[in-house]
Design a protein around this ligand. Structure first.
Ligand SMILES: Nc1ncnc2c1ncn2[C@@H]1O[C@H](COP(=O)(O)OP(=O)(O)OP(=O)(O)O)[C@@H](O)[C@H]1O
Length: 329
């Protein structure tokens, strides 16, 4: 995806409100450059929409949200024993997009991610998936969404040591009640996609960390979920393996076109993977934009300092490609 600047992904962005949206289709350069393509408007349902979402931990969370809405800050709440983990987050994730959420430890990334599949109920606000508000679903409906629609990949792999690699990859399908022969076939195919062909009958402890994370990814892919939530999924890996996993995710994404929300505290990873990046600070999204937006138009010093170590020349060389593609279009 990197290097030549001639590989383009096409992503559709929502331009309205509500479930059904008019979308503008744009070409996305791998490094985040965006070029609107003329005459490509269409109607489509965006994958995830988050509206004014709050998550407060503590004895009186609803009251705390009212205080936040009235202007109280996080520290004032903390004095009263409440932790405002996510404050007034609103964003959309379009089909086929890698949406990165980046921020320091404690900024609220994991909490936000866990509200996206209903693992955590928000204190206020809404999360729409395929036009349905997750906060209005009952427990069996939420389980169905997690089993079939929105799958999670964890930092520490979450593999069962007493199951073989293929049985680990098939776990999500087992939860769905898929018969054994079919789930083995689908898990084997997912393992092939993640480069683990031939390892099906091994045990997790025979695999390196990178390979174990591939099993975690294969498990999510085997379910056919269209949304993947990845919580610091590569952070436990050493740098070279981590880089390999990033490349493989981008490679898979070119053919599978999943909708991915990827949490990281690493700006280099964010820039490599993200079509768009939301930066969180103290529970709030302080900026949501392309790599180019964050580098050239940081919303504040916090964003600027986050991006300070990113190699601008490599990331922004897409400027030339933009002119080229505009000319072609
Ligand atoms: N179950 C909980 N009960 C109380 N407070 C919580 C709970 N979960 C998270 N928090 C608090 O919410 C805030 C945000 O935590 P969160 O784990 O979402 O941040 P993060 O950005 O993912 O951090 P990290 O990168 O360290 O995982 C922190 O202050 C944390 O202590």
């Amino acid at each position: 995806m990197y290097g030549t600047g001639v590989t383009w992904a096409t992503v559709r962005f929502a331009t309205g409100n509500g479930g059904q949206r008019r979308l503008e289709q744009r070409a996305i350069h791998p490094r985040g450059m965006r070029i609107a393509l003329p005459a490509t408007r269409e109607v489509y349902v965006s994958r995830l929409q988050v509206e004014h979402l709050y998550k407060v931990f503590g004895p009186r969370p609803e009251e705390a949200v009212q205080r936040l809405e009235a202007g109280a800050d996080k520290d004032e709440l903390r004095a009263g024993g409440e932790t405002a983990a996510v404050i007034d987050a609103s964003f959309e994730v379009a089909e086929g997009e890698i949406f990165v959420v980046m921020g320091l430890s404690g900024s609220g990334k994991s909490t936000l991610l866990r509200t996206l599949n209903g693992l955590l109920p928000p204190t206020a606000g809404a999360v729409h998936y395929d036009g349905r508000d997750l906060t209005e679903l009952d427990a069996p409906e939420l389980r169905h969404v997690r089993a079939h629609g929105i799958s999670m990949v964890f930092q520490h792999f979450a593999l069962f040591p007493h199951r073989t690699v293929v049985d680990n990859a098939a776990y999500g399908l087992e939860v769905q009640g898929v018969p054994k022969p079919e789930r083995e076939e689908r898990a084997t195919e997912a393992l092939r996609l993640t480069g683990l062909e031939g390892w099906e009958n091994s045990w997790p402890d025979e695999l390196s960390g990178g390979m174990q994370q591939r099993v975690g990814l294969a498990r999510a892919l085997a379910t056919d979920a269209d949304v993947l939530l990845m919580d610091e999924a590569f952070s436990a890996l050493d740098p070279l393996i981590r880089r390999e996993m990033q490349e493989q995710l981008l490679e898979l994404q070119r053919t599978l076109r999943k909708t991915i929300v990827f949490i990281t505290h690493d700006p280099h990873e964010a820039v490599r993977l993200g079509d768009r990046i939301a930066v969180m600070r103290d529970g709030r999204i302080v900026q949501n934009g392309t790599v180019e937006d964050l580098l050239l138009r940081p919303a504040d010093d916090y964003v600027a300092s986050f991006m300070a170590d990113v190699d601008r020349s490599a990331v922004l060389e897409g400027h030339h490609d933009e002119a080229e593609v505009t000319a072609r279009a």
